[in-house]
Design a protein around this ligand. Structure first.
Ligand code: PGA
Length: 248
């Protein structure tokens, strides 16, 4: 299975940054390696242009979508609108949405349903806080999120991302055995939810060129969700190059 590498640009990126994405598209199109599947998730404002310049070298995803398809929801962007911009994926339940916007599991669940209905593949984030990890309840916390945040899936599939909140942007990462434990538990829980196919579980949180090989070699890791390092074309490309070697 090819590894899935997702770049989450967060609230970064303006028209002037499209040159970096063109360079990424050219570098990927010129490479004979097809050992990794790449998704770039720019802000909503760049979705359409990013899709146009990707030339099929990578897929495009949004970073969120509304729980409803249309209606009087000022400022919201629906999954159908995201799909209309050419995106194929959408990140949902990121801890910056859960913590910064009070997004509870029930809302994440509604967004997953809306994304699937619009034909998008959800990349759903789950992860424990520092306190939960310190109290020895990391896996339980993540499983509770899966339980409450994922609807019953009838043969549909989604991608999951294990993103410990304390690892995001901190330079810290869990140990390989901690990651494996969480990934296996999440995969089993998602299978019980009816998730189809080989359930892909990504790791996210302080992924860098320097640690990506160890993370990709970790049992149960199907790919990476990359924040800060995806903003720099050279760093993102070097992570992709390592992922291509880890195709299995
Ligand atoms: P980071 O972010 O790689 O900058 O830690 C990852 C994420 O939040 O998706």
């Amino acid at each position: 299975m090819r590894r899935l590498i997702v770049g989450n640009w967060k609230m970064h990126g303006r028209s002037r940054d499209l040159a970096g994405l063109s360079a990424l598209a050219h570098a990927l199109a010129g490479s004979s390696e097809t050992g990794a599947e790449i998704v770039v998730c720019p802000p909503f404002t760049l979705l359409r242009e990013t899709n146009a310049l990707s030339e099929g070298a990578f897929a495009v995803g949004a970073q969120d979508c509304a729980a409803q398809m249309d209606g009087p929801f000022t400022g919201d962007i629906s999954a159908a609108m995201v799909r209309d911009c050419g995106a194929q994926f959408v990140i949902l339940g990121h801890s910056e949405r859960r913590c910064g916007h009070g997004e509870a599991d029930e809302r994440v669940q509604l967004k997953i349903v809306a994304a699937l209905q619009a034909g998008l593949i959800p990349i759903v984030c789950f992860g424990e806080s520092q306190q939960q990890r310190a109290a020895g309840g990391a896996v339980e916390a993540v499983l509770a999120q899966v339980q409450a945040g994922v609807p019953a899936l009838q043969g549909q599939s989604l991608v999951a991302a294990y993103e410990p909140i304390w690892a995001i942007g901190s330079g810290l990462t869990p140990s390989p055995s901690q990651i494996s434990l969480a990934h296996h538990a999440m995969r089993d829980a998602l299978r019980e939810k009816g998730c189809a196919g080989p359930v892909r579980v990504l790791y996210g949180g302080s992924v860098r060129p320097a640690n990506c090989a160890e993370l990709l070699a970790t049992e149960g890791v199907d790919g990476l969700l990359v924040g800060a390092a995806s903003l720099e074309t050279a760093a993102f490309l070097s992570i992709i190059a390592v992922a291509q070697q880890y195709a299995r």
